[in-house]
Design a protein around this ligand. Structure first.
Ligand code: TXA
Ligand code: MG
Length: 537
């Protein structure tokens, strides 16, 4: 079959309307996605839609109308609430489920006693419904399982040669399919999120029940209330994993997993920092742009032959819920949650250890970089070999273990020696920290690092915290804790950066000038704030 590529001229609209009247299937633009339309009252026309898409017979279609007069004959009743919702959101990207009248063949709704109806706002869709005089059954015009088409090109890629024509009106403005709600139930139930958001619906209809299937996989054997939600959908050939976490965590994760075929499905803002091929879907914080671009981006992944895709996770407020819902299906519900990383530092004696202990008690994973540095220099380790080469084989004891005092003596003699030591040890420690982050199941991880900034480890943190205290108080604590003389304590303090160093670099400063309880209260308040922020994500 030759598929006509029509445009929006009067002649072409007339041609398309005639084809629809003849019971043929035509790709049509709507504000959401392109639909594959045919006369909803004609069983043969409806059958040809299922045939062209390869659509499972149990997945019902949406019937498109252009006026409220067209609605009445198609449904058994119009609940008053549906009338209110229609008034508020029609024409537009909202589909409502009614009890089906006998004027429609059962096949339109795959044998269900209900039927899904929507009044699109796209002027070309409206024209075609009015000119043909047909209520139009129209699922999205993709091959079943593929991302929905948002351009006529997508329709032709999938269905060229299998349908009579496509009417090309350029890219769709919304980009994700309509919101589907059931108005035969109280409260109104949401089956599929779209550009008419839950928040918008609730202003008219009161509380809306969001079907758990919107964001969760169906349990084995569970019946889908909306059959379309049970199918694997929108999936590119690549394995897609959604990465939940801060933008920093997302970028670090992807860069660490770079490799052949690895691709980032990201927001525009992320792309410059990613070291793998990127496909963008809109910008972070702009749910409308994400909706508009998602399906084309999913198709692009196939075009560039992506194998493993790490997708940045959208926010789920507003239209973001629709974006997340589609992305979840494209990913087969594979979601990976990355921890929020707190970098904790400060000069000796200020109370960093107390804060770390408190955070650990509150459920944060505590990563002690001093301990990791010790582990990195175990006998036979590559780090130890590098140290021996840089300083002297004499820093090794006969049994191959590190003579720490000997190393300290050589390394700390000069600024240069200290720098060399750090340049060798820090990368090993950072690597270990990243391995721990990778395995962490806790939502919060604390990197406890005296040299957080010196080792550049702040770069793998979402927030940095410096614990500071009065010098006299610190001296007292050091003396008490390490049983040092006044002079030795002063020397130890001198070897450390001053408060200004931390004040310039840390995101947050925790002062420890009062009681321990005050320090703990401040620590708890910070953690509480981060937890709230993460929940709002
Ligand atoms: O934006 C849209 O709605 C696009 C454009 C073309 O209008 N159409 C579209 O249709 O997305 P389709 O067939 O791809 O998706 C229809 C969805 C499916 O998830 C289907 O299961 C659900 O609506 N649905 C249709 N009739 C239903 C019914 N009677 N009860 C429950 N769910 C129904
Ligand atoms: Mg579809």
């Amino acid at each position: 079959m030759n598929t006509l590529h029509l445009h929006t001229t009067e002649d072409d609209i007339r041609t398309a309307a005639q084809l629809l009247q003849q019971g043929r299937a035509v790709g049509i633009p709507t504000e959401t996605v392109y639909g594959l339309a045919a006369d909803a009252r004609d069983p043969a026309a409806v059958a040809s839609i299922f045939e062209a898409k390869g659509r499972p017979q149990d997945n019902p279609l949406i019937v498109h109308i252009a006026s409220m007069e067209q609605l009445a004959p198609l449904v058994q009743e119009i609940p008053p609430l549906a009338r209110k919702l229609a008034k508020a959101f029609w024409p537009g990207p909202l589909t409502m489920i009614f009890r089906r009248a006998d004027t429609l063949p059962a096949s339109v709704s795959a044998g269900l006693p209900t039927v899904a109806i929507r009044m699109p706002s796209h002027p070309v869709a409206r024209k075609l419904i009015l000119r043909s005089g047909c209520p139009l059954a129209a699922p999205s015009a993709n091959t079943s399982g593929r991302p929905s088409p948002t351009t006529a090109g997508h329709v032709l890629d999938d269905l060229g040669g299998r349908i009579a024509a496509v009417v090309d009106a350029g890219p769709c403005s919304v980009g994700v399919e309509s919101t589907v709600i059931d108005v035969t139930t109280q409260p109104v139930r949401l089956y599929r999120p779209g550009a008419v958001t839950v928040e918008m619906l609730e202003t008219v209809a009161g509380p809306v029940e969001v079907s758990h299937a919107v964001t969760e996989n169906l349990a084995p054997g569970e019946k889908a209330l909306s059959p379309g939600m049970k199918y694997k959908h929108y999936a590119p050939r690549a394995a897609v994993v959604i990465i939940k976490g801060t933008p920093r965590a997302y970028v670090d994760f992807v860069n660490r997993h770079a490799g052949p075929g690895v691709t980032a499905l990201c927001f525009e803002q992320d792309a410059p920092r990613l070291r793998v091929p990127t496909v963008c879907y809109g910008s972070r914080g702009n749910d409308l742009s994400q909706a508009q671009e998602l399906f084309d981006a999913l198709r692009e992944l196939d075009r560039i032959d992506a194998r493993t895709v790490y997708a940045a996770c959208p926010h789920t407020a507003g239209v973001g819920l629709a974006v997340y819902n589609r992305l979840l299906r494209a990913a087969g519900f594979a979601v990976r949650t990355l921890p929020f990383v707190i970098g904790l530092t400060g000069p000796t004696g200020a109370g960093k250890g107390e804060v770390a202990r408190r955070l650990a008690e509150q459920g944060c994973r505590h990563v002690d970089t001093d301990r990791l540095a010790h582990q990195a220099t175990e006998p036979g380790s590559p780090c130890l070999q590098e140290l021996a080469q840089a300083f002297s084989p004499q820093i090794l004891r006969p049994d191959g273990s590190l003579d720490r005092a000997g190393l300290a003596e050589r390394a700390f003699r000069t600024e240069e020696g200290r720098r060399t030591l750090n340049a060798i040890v820090h990368p090993y420690v950072t690597e270990q920290v990243q391995n721990i982050l990778e395995q962490a199941t806790e939502p919060f991880v604390v990197i406890d690092a005296p040299l957080l900034f010196e080792a550049q480890m702040h770069r793998i943190c979402d927030v940095t915290v410096a614990v500071l205290a009065d010098a006299s108080e610190r001296r007292r604590r050091i003396r008490e804790r390490d049983h040092l003389a006044e002079e030795a304590a002063a020397l130890r303090m001198q070897a450390q950066p001053d408060d200004e160093f931390y004040l310039q670099r840390a995101d947050v400063v925790l002062r420890n000038d009062d009681t321990l309880d005050t320090l703990f209260a401040r620590t708890d308040a910070l953690l509480w704030k981060w937890q709230q922020e993460e929940e709002d994500e």
